[in-house]
Every structure is written in structure tokens, then in C-alpha cells.
Design a protein around this ligand. Sequence first.
Ligand code: SAM
Length: 234
Amino acid sequence: MCSLAQRHGDNLYPVQFSATFGDHTLDLEVPEGVWNPTPHGVHLGNMLTQLDFSGEHVLELGTGCGVHAILIARAGAPRMTVTEIDQPILDNARHNLEKHGIEIPIDYVVADWIQVDGGPYDCLITNPPFGKAGKHYRRYFIDTLIIEAHKLVRPGGRLIFIHSSMADIPRSLRLMDECGMEVRILGETDHEFRNYYFEDPQYLLEMAKIPGGYQVRDGRQYERLMAFEARLPR
Ligand SMILES: C[S@@+](CC[C@H](N)C(=O)[O-])C[C@H]1O[C@@H](n2cnc3c(N)ncnc32)[C@H](O)[C@@H]1O
């Protein structure tokens, strides 16, 4: 019998998402149409709990159900701006933040990816779309994030994001280097392919072309998940 996740390969199925990140246990409502946090988001969340955002106005692009926004606020951010492509997704994030007692000032903004007014921000955090980017050029959200970060983040500020080996890590590292960013790895892990990867033969073919994109162990495919902190040039 198919699991719910298999039947909803778009990863937008409703779920009550519970997870523990460091000392924080979150219990999030994720309605139909809102991204259900994946191992990528979970790994990024774990890395965020080890950071300090005191004094930083943080911008989060594509907040989804707000899982990272809660952790960023708990890690000391005094102010946040969170974005999404649609108002109902933002309404759900606001609901989850309020439910978790987050009281700092937060701007909830509908914006198409990096086209955000305001700033410059001290820090930009995101789990960028990739597998379900909906773009022929699947790296669109990663490339624009890196190339346009200087328009959103102040000189010397930081860009923090999660990256799968499937999205070509060496290529992003080169791009960050070319943009003069100083990069450090916050932490890495690996995870077995999500069921919905197998529903898109084109995606699997694309991933087979990425050197080191994934590993096969005992007949199962695993991707590497790396969280980066990239410091912009001063
Ligand atoms: C990989 S999901 C991450 C969601 C959430 N941060 C998490 O980790 O669970 C990417 C998010 O970006 C949003 N998104 C997709 N296209 C977007 C766009 N053009 N502008 C802003 N957000 C977008 C999606 O709605 C989705 O919530």
C-alpha cells in the first residue's frame, strides 16, 4: 500500500509535523499546499540551533510552515522578515510562530524569491527550492540566491542555506568564491532519497549527470546534505 507521502508526491500534503532541534521540540501544523519539512529542512534547523542571531535582522526566503523562523527567533534574532510566494502559506507560518510563542517583530512578505524590498539585512537564511523547483533550469533558486545576495545582505553579512549534493555542491562553491564570499560548512549529513524522487525519471537522469551527486549503498541511493554559511565581502 502507498504511504501518504507516496500518494502526494508533490510534498504538499497535510501533516502534523513534530521534531526536536537541539533543546527545541516543535509541533507544527502543515496544511495542504504548504511544504512538508524534509530532511534538508531538518538538517538546516539543527544547524540553526547552534548559531546566535542576536542583533541581526534576519531575512528568511521561502519560510514554508515557519519551522526555521521559530528556531531563528529562539536563537536570538530581535527582528525577522519572512517571505513566501503565496499569502496562505505565510498565514500558516504566522499561525505556527504565534503558537510557539514567538513575539519579536516579524514582517510577513509575499515576494517572488530574491525580489524583496527593504534591507539590507544582516543575514539571509533559506532552504531553496531545487527538486521541486518547477523550473527547467533547476538551479535557478540557488544561483540567483548567491549572485543576488549582495542586494539583500549588507557587506560582511551572512548567507546561510542548505544544499544537496544533487544540486552540484562544487558548482555552488565556485560561484560563492567568484562572488568573493568566505564559506564555512556548518554541518553535513546524508539521507536516503525521498520517495517522490522516483516519480520523476527526468530528475533521476539529471542527478545521474552530477559528479558525486549521490551514493548507492546496499542498493539504496543517498544524497549528502550540507549547510553553508557564506560571509559576504566587506
Ligand atoms: C524547499 S521548500 C522550504 C520550506 C521551508 N523553509 C522548509 O524548510 O520546510 C521551499 C519554499 O520556497 C517557497 N517558494 C517556491 N518558489 C518561491 C518563490 N518564487 N518565491 C518565494 N518562495 C518560493 C515554497 O513555497 C516553499 O515553501
